[in-house]
Ligand binder design. Structure first.
Ligand SMILES: [Zn+2]
Length: 231
């Protein structure tokens, strides 16, 4: 979820087109990123459309990842559950946190950096309070109560925001990076943030919660921006 302002990505993303049915392979890639450092980066092909895969580079060192924007098919895809918390997932989560803080945002879902896995990061204190830093795999909203109506933005739809109705309080269940069950009771901004990010894992934008008229106005503007190459 966006907190305002924009940023310049430092990382590389590589797209590799493979024949339909081509077996995904895990590979190590050396890449220059940041201020010219060369780091080892793991890449795992992720299917984004029939007949193609996208390689999203992640690094065991801090690395910012480019954020996918509205119009990218990866953001309309339902993400797959994480089966094992392995080194790739841990590094992915770390890279997501760095990217979220740099954006700056208070929440980020893996599809927003091009990976259709059910993983998200949040920190509604924007890095000021360490206990607010949350990484959760396979999150599920298991209880909702009350209602709030507040302004919401998205790192994948920069410069647009609208009032969105969300539950006031929720309970989220998921898995931590050390494979323990997490049960988080959230309210206010954190509840809104979880709802927004879990939506991303299901291919849903905050725009989808607006009235047809408001949604139509914004999507028409977005289509024009995409068509004019300004997106
Ligand atoms: Zn978003």
């Amino acid at each position: 979820m966006a907190l305002g302002a924009s940023w310049v990505p430092l990382a590389l993303a590589v797209e590799l087109h493979m024949p339909r049915g081509g077996a995904p392979r895990r590979m190590k890639i050396r890449t220059a990123c940041g201020s010219g450092r060369v780091v080892e980066a793991a890449a795992r092909p992720v299917a984004t459309a029939p007949g193609s895969v996208s390689l999203v580079l992640i690094s065991e060192e801090s690395m910012l990842l480019p954020i996918e924007k509205y119009g990218s098919p990866v953001l309309r895809t339902v993400s797959a559950p994480i089966k094992n918390i392995d080194g790739y997932v841990v590094a992915l989560a770390q890279n997501m946190l760095e990217t979220m803080y740099a954006a700056p945002g208070v929440g980020l879902a893996a599809p927003q950096i091009g990976v259709n896995l059910r993983l998200l990061t949040t920190d509604v204190s924007s890095g000021k309070e360490p206990h607010q830093r949350i990484i959760i795999a396979n999150p599920e909203i298991v209880e909702v109560a009350g209602e709030q109506n507040g302004e919401e933005g998205c790192l994948s739809i920069p410069d647009f925001s609208e009032k969105v109705r969300r539950p006031q309080r929720i309970v989220v269940k998921g898995i931590s990076l050390d494979e323990k069950e997490l049960i988080i009771e959230a309210e206010d901004l954190l509840a809104r943030c979880f709802c927004h990010e879990v939506d991303h894992l299901n291919g849903i934008f905050f725009l989808d919660h607006l009235s047809a008229i408001k949604r139509g106005l914004i999507t028409r503007k977005l289509k024009h921006l995409i068509k004019d190459g300004k997106w």
